[in-house]
Write a protein that binds this ligand. Structure first.
Ligand SMILES: Nc1ncnc2c1ncn2[C@@H]1O[C@H](COP(=O)(O)OP(=O)(O)OP(=O)(O)O)[C@@H](O)[C@H]1O
Length: 260
């Protein structure tokens, strides 16, 4: 069975006199055990798509099923199976990282003892200064907040990890560690959906990638096969060449339609 099934999904945002077509008639499936990449220029609809799979946004059209559950009707059950990491991660900002992490571990049924051990392991792996775990999250730099969000996701073993640009802005060591954590979680049974702007990261981690542009799917397949298909046009084509071919070099905004 597929882990995620997205069928004919669209999402529009109304802005004064305009409609922003953020996601347009998108369909794809993610198989159990897969690491599935979502690639696309700024504003192409990646986060909107991930937020809909995470049950945080309701599609205007189409259906989303997660492990056979409907993302709207069964949203409560779906939320127990997923964990999302994004740059807009929410915390109890006045509480310490440690308190936030222990709280989240509790929700997922992890004992305090196990959680403490795992938090220290993750902090070490990510190069997060353990002495800062007791500080309020609101005093953290952006990178430190991001690492806290990553620790929170990898504390437990969600069936589906939704990682929206998890490594953007991290230092090189932390970036490599997060990539190892993703592979480890996947080996331990988590299905992963990963959005990234880093084509090397996508080629290294993802079994398949989907490229979206202006809210529409423009390419989908295994990274090597997508690159191979360009061999007639270019020597040693990479996933970056594939990305540029399908999205153009200009990083346009998503399709905007004027309405009367
Ligand atoms: N809440 C919202 N209200 C209005 N417009 C929105 C909202 N959320 C997203 N959009 C618009 O939808 C389009 C897709 O945005 P989205 O954040 O999904 O893109 P993205 O591919 O994740 O971009 P990036 O790579 O820059 O993070 C953009 O034009 C964005 O301005």
């Amino acid at each position: 069975m597929e882990a995620v099934l997205v069928e004919n999904v669209s999402k529009y945002f109304k802005k004064k006199d305009r409609i922003i077509r953020a996601v347009q008639n998108v369909s794809f499936e993610v198989m159990k055990g897969e690491i599935f990449g979502i690639l696309g220029p700024n504003g192409s609809g990646k986060s909107t798509l991930i937020r809909m799979i995470a049950t945080l946004l309701i599609p205007d059209e189409g259906t989303i099923r997660i492990f056979g559950l409907d993302a709207i009707k069964d949203s409560k059950k779906v939320r127990e199976l997923i964990h999302r990491v994004s740059t807009d991660a929410s915390f109890f900002k006045k509480l310490s990282a440690y308190e936030n992490l222990i709280f989240s571990a509790g929700i997922y049924g992890l004992s305090r003892k196990h959680a403490m051990k795992r938090i220290m392991e993750l902090a070490n792996a990510l190069g997060f200064d353990g002495s800062r775990l007791k500080d309020p999250v609101e005093e953290f730099s952006r990178g430190m907040q991001q690492k806290t969000a990553i620790m929170r996701a990898f504390l437990t073993k969600p069936k589906l990890l939704l990682l929206d640009e998890p490594t953007t802005g991290l230092d090189p060591r932390a970036k490599r560690e997060v990539q190892s954590l993703i592979l480890e979680a996947n080996r331990n049974g988590s299905t992963v959906i990963l959005s990234t702007h880093d084509m090397e990261e996508a080629a290294k981690l993802c079994h398949r990638v989907m490229i979206i542009h202006n809210g529409r799917v423009v390419a989908l397949g295994e990274p090597e096969k997508l690159s191979e298909a360009l061999r007639n046009e270019k020597n040693n084509p990479t996933l970056e060449d594939v990305f540029l071919k399908y999205t153009g070099t200009s990083f346009e905004e998503a399709d905007v339609e004027e309405v009367e």
